[in-house]
Design a protein around this ligand. Structure first.
Ligand SMILES: NC(=O)c1ccc[n+]([C@@H]2O[C@H](COP(=O)([O-])OP(=O)(O)OC[C@H]3O[C@@H](n4cnc5c(N)ncnc54)[C@H](OP(=O)(O)O)[C@@H]3O)[C@@H](O)[C@H]2O)c1
Length: 218
């Protein structure tokens, strides 16, 4: 599958590299591909670097790995073909953040629902926002044989199935968290993981694993 990853930072590079190693075609979209090509940190072999507009056209699935403050402009400027699956891996600022007074907060929308409003022809699936880029980018993503849980949510069942397969393809455990409205929980989890990651200190990988079993009803 061709996957367009938008953003050449920590998360965008990690996702593109992971999917490329899993046998997918990763197309990495940058605001300035020339600058990225000439930068000190090289892009992994096997990843195609191009403009954001090209990546949006090329990918059957698009993964957004952009800072929240840059995401609206990218989506509104871009001519994304209709029907693309749009993975939202972003973490919008929470109410405790200095940028807290954002449109999505005022409208009580999750970031993912706001993204769906900015890209009305995309099939948005929120996911991968609560797993650290260094885990996604690692050679071995397993923790003593166990996979890190990656919740995903969205309103398009076929898009969710495809995204779950892409999560499993990189040794992560997909967990169906329901409709796109659940993105607010995933975004809270993203903030919690980032905060606990800082608290854990340097040199530790922090992954989240959800335990579940069927409950007996009387
Ligand atoms: N880092 C993590 O562990 C992690 C984990 C899960 C989710 N996320 C989420 O993924 C997103 C990206 O995180 P990151 O850590 O990869 O960030 P980052 O290292 O700062 O990279 C973000 C990239 O987005 C692109 N971009 C597009 N518009 C931009 C703008 N207006 N200002 C700055 N950069 C812009 C840039 O690539 P070009 O210059 O090439 O366009 C930049 O390299 C965030 O929403 C974050 O919350 C991150």
């Amino acid at each position: 599958m061709r996957i367009g990853v938008i953003g050449t930072g920590k998360m965008g590079r990690a996702l593109a590299a992971a999917w490329a190693r899993a046998g997918h075609q990763a197309v990495l979209g940058s605001r300035n591909p020339e600058r990225v090509r000439n930068a000190a940190a090289p892009i992994d072999a096997g990843i195609e670097l191009c403009s954001i507009a090209e990546a949006l056209r090329a990918g059957e699935v698009i993964a957004l790995a952009t800072p929240w403050h840059g995401t609206q402009a990218i989506l509104e400027a871009a001519a994304m073909p209709a029907g693309r699956i749009l993975i939202d891996a972003t973490n919008p600022p929470g109410s405790a953040h200095p940028d807290g007074a954002t449109d999505h907060a005022a409208a009580a929308l999750s970031g993912a629902e706001q993204i769906a409003a900015w890209a009305p022809n995309g099939r948005v699936v929120k996911t991968l926002n609560a797993v650290a880029a260094r885990i996604v980018g690692a050679e071995n993503r397993l923790f003593e044989g166990r996979r890190v849980t990656v919740p995903y949510c969205g309103d398009d069942p076929a898009a969710k199935t495809t995204v779950a397969e892409l999560i499993a393809a990189i040794d992560l455990e997909p967990y169906d968290a329901g409709p796109l409205r659940s993105a607010r929980y995933l975004e809270s989890l993203g903030r919690a993981m980032a905060g606990m990651d800082i608290a854990a200190g340097r040199g530790r990988d922090l992954g989240f694993s959800l335990l579940q079993r069927p409950t007996e009803r009387s």
